[in-house]
Ligand binder design. Structure first.
Ligand SMILES: [Zn+2]
Ligand SMILES: [Zn+2]
Length: 169
């Protein structure tokens, strides 16, 4: 989305409302985005100091890191940056600024970068998810699988096998 800052720069208004859906088509690390990111905020001109302030609401689908159950996640991102026109500031001063080329502010790429940078790295279906058994793949949230005994001590393996035989009879 390109935001035209002309009314702000021309003094017709001191605030432009930003409210638009940002579609993310990318899929990364098994994460997909079922609906567009909602970007909501303002660009404000405060006595010549122009600043963008938006919040992005991100909804995504992924799977639990431990048990692979599908989960729907959500987080929000606050994004606040001063805005300036090209060639107004010395190069070394403009790092923090968004530059409005031709009085237009281009947000999508910046927001996408932030979404990726701030993306949660842990996804659990619940805090105490027990995960899958590394040996038999059973979902341990549904109960123990019986592999644990055999894992305790290799010297007990023969004994454990006997037990299992017993149990299966
Ligand atoms: Zn889980
Ligand atoms: Zn198991």
């Amino acid at each position: 989305m390109k935001i035209d800052l002309s009314p702000l720069l021309g003094g017709e208004t001191d605030e432009i409302l930003v409210d638009y859906p940002l579609t993310i088509n990318a899929e990364f690390y098994g994460v997909t985005f079922p609906k567009p990111v909602r970007v909501l905020g303002t660009v404000r001109n405060n006595a010549g100091y122009i600043a963008l302030k938006v919040r992005a609401e991100i909804f995504y689908d992924t799977v639990c890191d431990r048990c692979l159950r599908p989960i729907a996640g959500h987080f929000s991102l606050d994004f606040e940056r001063p805005v300036t026109l090209p060639n107004v500031l010395m190069n070394e001063d403009q790092d923090d600024y968004l530059i409005a080329e031709n009085r237009m502010l281009e947000l999508d790429e910046l927001l996408l970068e932030s979404v990726i940078l701030e993306f949660p790295t842990k996804h659990l279906c619940r805090k105490d998810c027990k995960g899958l058994c590394a040996r038999c793949g059973k979902d341990l949230n549904e109960g123990p699988c019986g592999c644990v005994l055999r894992e305790i001590d290799p010297r007990m393996a023969g004994f454990a096998k006997l037990l299992e035989k017993d149990r299966n009879q």
